[in-house]
Write a protein that binds this ligand. Structure first.
Ligand code: ATP
Ligand code: MG
Length: 373
């Protein structure tokens, strides 16, 4: 999959801009605060409808405007697809093939992207929330049904927590309604859990291959899904998971009623990364943690390819300078030639002599972009 061209209007510090990308490797070069990340972000938003940096849509619109528009043409094996997203104070409007899409799940997945920014190196060290977001974003792109189930789950969860609160405050006393919400929660939560377990098994396979390679066959990476309910992670079926989640929710009812909150379910889960059998979050060196984060991120490229038959588009925001020489080479080796890549940097120093393909270089300066002649 490739992004052939993009047009942005009133997005962040860009007034208007049209670029086309005939080359596989595209480098955005510029000093700090010129708009490099803004441009990558616009590609990410075109794919995901949301920014990776903020949930406040207003920030994405140019200060002097009240709406922003991003459009692009993507190239798939099956042909080209025009995409468009309009962001205003009325929300977001998305179009595929010029036809407005009512559902998020019918838009996301058209353009698959993987974004790698310096903060992703903290995937291992950071909060569980970060790892859950990672799963949801990546899985949602290859599996639109997952996204739908997740949205349903979150909506029932919210209702259920509100109802638990009303019960605690004695504004309600009907436990049958709580049962209904609990059953709905287990239904969607089970689907979310099932999809995640399958995804993690596949991710582990690809990530371990990369981790072994980067560590010169010295290290094995295992990824464990840490669930807030008891699960058989080797042999699982959707029905069993839903049954177990329902049972666990009923078992913890007393505590839930007391605390007026739902403590169990996919919104409480986490990932554990083990290198040679040891938890790398707790015991790993900084280098091992970085290799793990890099392997897991790059594994998504192979995973998406195996799931969709298309390589995703890779967005690398300022990561080269964060990696040592050897990890830089591994990163470039993984992508070169096959994965269309957009890379931002303030200097070409750490790229010189490492590239085997001819890149297009774009100079970014105060919201304007010029292609190197
Ligand atoms: P660095 O190398 O430091 O990461 P960068 O080139 O990636 O820099 P960006 O984050 O892309 O920088 O751009 C930041 C600039 O964009 C800010 O200085 C800010 O002035 C401007 N900016 C951000 N949001 C808006 C907006 N909504 N409207 C206009 N300008 C904005
Ligand atoms: Mg930046």
């Amino acid at each position: 999959m490739r992004l052939n061209e993009i047009e942005v209007q009133h997005y962040r510090n860009y007034d208007g801009l049209t670029l086309d990308f005939p080359k596989t490797l595209n480098i955005f070069l510029g000093e700090n605060a010129q708009g490099k990340t803004n441009l990558l972000e616009s590609i990410y938003v075109l794919a995901m409808t949301r920014s990776h940096r903020t949930s406040n849509e207003k920030e994405l619109v140019h200060w002097d405007s009240d709406s922003a528009r991003i459009s692009g043409v993507i190239q798939k094996k099956t042909g080209t697809v025009p995409l468009e997203i309009l962001i205003s104070n009325k929300g977001r409007k998305t179009k595929v093939n010029h036809i407005e899409q009512k559902r998020l799940s019918s838009y996301i997945g058209q353009l698959n992207v993987i974004l790698f920014a310096p903060e992703d190196l903290s995937l291992v060290k950071g909060s569980p929330q970060l790892r859950r977001k990672f799963i949801d974003m990546e899985l949602g792109q290859v599996n639109p049904i997952y996204l739908y189930d997740l949205v349903q789950y979150q909506s029932v969860l919210k209702q259920r927590n509100q109802y638990l609160k009303q019960l605690a405050e004695k504004k309600q006393s009907d436990l049958v309604y709580l049962d209904i919400l609990t059953e709905q929660l287990a239904e969607f939560g089970g689907k979310v859990l099932f999809a995640r377990l399958e995804f993690i098994q596949k991710l582990e396979h690809w990530a371990n291959l990369l981790h072994k390679k980067i560590s010169h066959e010295k290290e094995e990476l295992a990824i464990d899904y840490f669930s807030s309910i008891p699960l058989d992670k080797e042999n699982f079926s959707l029905e069993e998971i839903q049954k177990q989640l329902l049972q666990s929710l009923f078992d913890s009812r007393k505590r839930e009623l007391f605390k007026a909150n739902t403590f169990l379910g996919p919104h409480r889960d986490d990932l554990i990364f083990n290198v040679n059998g040891q938890n790398v979050q707790t015991y790993g060196s900084q280098g091992q943690q970085r290799t793990t984060a890099l392997s897991v991120k790059l594994a998504e490229i192979d995973l998406m390819y195996s799931e969709t038959g298309e390589y995703p588009v890779l967005l690398l925001d300022d990561v080269m300078s964060e990696l040592d020489n050897e990890r830089q080479l591994h990163l470039l080796e993984t992508i070169e030639g096959k994965v269309q890549t957009f890379l931002t940097t303030t200097s070409l120093d750490h790229l010189n002599n490492k590239l085997t393909v001819e890149p297009d270089i774009f100079y970014v300066h105060q919201g304007e972009i010029e292609r190197e002649a």
